[in-house]
Design a protein around this ligand. Sequence first.
Ligand SMILES: NC(=O)c1ccc[n+]([C@@H]2O[C@H](COP(=O)([O-])OP(=O)(O)OC[C@H]3O[C@@H](n4cnc5c(N)ncnc54)[C@H](O)[C@@H]3O)[C@@H](O)[C@H]2O)c1
Length: 430
Amino acid sequence: MLKPRSGPVKSNFRYDIAIIGMGYVGLPTSLAFAETGLRVLGIELSERRIEAITDGHVDLLASDQERLSNARHNGLLTLSGDPALLAQAAAVIVCVPTPVDAYLVPDLSLLRAACATVVEHAVAEQVLILTSTSYVGSTRDLMVNPLVERGFTPGTDIFIAFSPERINPGAAGFAHEDVPRVVGGATPNCTAAAATIVGSYVTQIHPVSSMEAAEMTKLVENIFRAVNIALANEFADVSALLDLDVVEVINAAATKPYGFMPFLPGPGVGGHCIPCDPHYLLWQLHKERRSAPLIEQTMSLIAARPRHVVDRVRELLSAKGRGLTGTRVIVVGVAYKPDVEDVRESPALEVMSSLLHEGAIVAYYDPLCPHVRLHDGSMLASIGDPSEFGSDVAVIHTAHTGVDLGWLDDVDLVLDTSYSASSISHAVRL
Ligand SMILES: NC(=O)c1ccc[n+]([C@@H]2O[C@H](COP(=O)([O-])OP(=O)(O)OC[C@H]3O[C@@H](n4cnc5c(N)ncnc54)[C@H](O)[C@@H]3O)[C@@H](O)[C@H]2O)c1
């Protein structure tokens, strides 16, 4: 590990750092830089997002809320929709979304557009860092080659690197600055320059030999999680068959101090990483007419999990001599994980869409997510008082900290797909 030099980067540019994309990653990253005294420019396409940040109405950890109010107070964070300002920043960091489309094909349109903007406004001596998760070769294709075409020489008059983001939104366990960062540059000079920038707030930097190694590092990290979640789901099904408590078994295995890392089963995966990132690698391999069977299988199994939830609801009802049509089902917690407002790719959306499609009367309860858009485009609003819905079945999807689930005692059938609602004694597991 490199221990970065102490103290912030200071430069003759108007801004020390510009960050493109003020989302779940870009905003906390901007705040971490501003906290060190650097002058940060946040470039954001969405006027609504800029307004929400300016008003302080954003989904952030309490520690980041405090940083946001500090940054607003001391003027170190400037927000703008004008990409021409990028030329006034010593370093530019790209944090835009890299989703997949309905066919699970990487949607690179936002990343391509953001990189084209960076290339267009690049000036000599800038350090340009891509952090959005993407396929191996993205930084070379979208930044290095076009900048060389513009006449720049990486490592001499411009510095380009990939440094994957590892932020875990909503989780206060690891401070942003305490999570080591991997950096791979187009040349050793580029790696060193990017390490200095990222090292302004991160305490440990791990340099790798190339941008491609850094890109692949992020894919390995998230594919590792995907494979292990699929395995935990499979163990949940096998444990149920053998009448064992999968959580007890996984917790017991986790007492082994080496060679085991616990992953818990669930209703599927959501958010912007695990459902999307592995497809960037699979897509890239398809071009080579190659496959990665374990990863393909993992993603198919994970994608099937929300359907399994619906099958289980149908099975529980059938044991009582009922069907889904006309049955009142409430889904508890629709965010993709506890304590965040994020419903991107949340399995709850597919579960609710499928239940509605099968004729159930569906409501949901999630104080953190007042509205959601289902797959057919229709909107649903969280129910105010879940005890008044008259639920025949409750499906616990996400159990947020501090949300009272006591009312579930009065619901006859409770399916716990989160494997975490042990306080509801009559809940059955997925
Ligand atoms: N969210 C996570 O947990 C997480 C963790 C690690 C890595 N990542 C990766 O980080 C990247 C960003 O993810 P996110 O969750 O922050 O996305 P996000 O959707 O929360 O935010 C991205 C923001 O970028 C803005 N944007 C898009 N194109 C722009 C442009 N050309 N100029 C200015 N603004 C633009 C959007 O309006 C949006 O506000 C993705 O590649 C993701 O895979 C995400």
